[in-house]
Design a protein around this ligand. Structure first.
Ligand code: HEC
Ligand code: HEC
Ligand code: HEC
Length: 147
């Protein structure tokens, strides 16, 4: 082989190999994890009330409405002013109403194949919890009632 042909051969060889490597790398490149407030913008900074709201007359996800349909649930329209802070007045350790975090973790992660919190909101803990970079604490976001 002439020297020039050999050099050309190696250039072509190099281009093909690095092209294939780049393609492979982009195909396996991982999306960053969905962490509202950390890796992506937090669309629900007020927690519950940013999702449980009235969309239109047919779709009303407000908590006073859905809890109002729950048999035996006390009316919360007047007594709950901050969500979920005021839910704790009844939903605390040892009370008949049950602990709020157990009820809510269950409500948002049950039936994973057909759960809209998982399918529509990535099931992210940080939809409800916030992250304080300074202290490391992950309290629950709160918001004023929307009824
Ligand atoms: C990012 C959106 C989002 C946030 C934030 C959120 N929820 Fe939900 N929640 C949902 C979705 C979606 C469901 C329906 C889950 C399913 O498909 O079973 C649900 C279900 C529920 C249910 C079961 C009854 C119902 O209304 O469907 C309760 C009660 C509830 N949420 C309360 C809360 C409370 C209290 C908070 C705040 C601490 C909260 N949620 C935060 C989206 C959200
Ligand atoms: C005045 C007291 C009171 C307040 C305030 C209250 N709850 Fe309740 N809640 C109850 C009681 C009592 C039950 C149990 C009802 C029953 O089983 O008969 C209950 C049951 C529930 C259930 C059903 C539990 C299950 O295991 O399926 C959900 C969900 C719930 N509450 C969510 C909430 C949320 C969210 C808030 C705040 C927005 C709230 N509650 C505020 C008293 C309260
Ligand atoms: C629908 C809202 C919601 C989601 C989603 C959620 N949490 Fe919570 N979580 C709460 C609430 C409300 C509390 C009670 C906070 C308080 O006591 O101030 C809580 C409390 C906790 C606690 C402390 C109490 C306990 O049960 O030990 C831990 C730990 C926790 N959550 C972990 C998680 C993790 C991990 C995820 C995601 C896999 C998650 N949570 C998703 C609402 C949520």
């Amino acid at each position: 082989m002439k020297k020039i042909t050999r050099v050309l051969f190696f250039i072509v060889f190099f281009v093909v190999i690095s092209g294939a490597a780049l393609l492979l790398m982009s195909a396996t490149k991982k999306e960053p994890p969905f962490l509202p407030g950390i890796t992506v913008k937090d669309d629900h900074p007020n927690g519950c009330v940013d999702c449980h709201k009235k969309i239109n007359d047919k779709l009303d996800y407000r908590l006073n409405v859905s809890l109002g349909k729950l048999e035996g649930h006390p009316k919360i329209d007047k007594i709950v002013k901050n969500v979920p802070k005021d839910c704790f007045m009844c939903h605390k350790e040892g009370a008949k109403a049950g602990k709020l975090e157990l009820i809510l973790h269950k409500a948002h992660f049950h039936n994973p194949k057909d759960n809209h919190f998982i399918s529509n909101y990535n099931g992210a803990c940080l939809n409800c919890h916030s992250f304080d970079e300074k202290t490391g604490s992950m309290p629950v976001k709160t918001g004023s009632k929307n009824w």
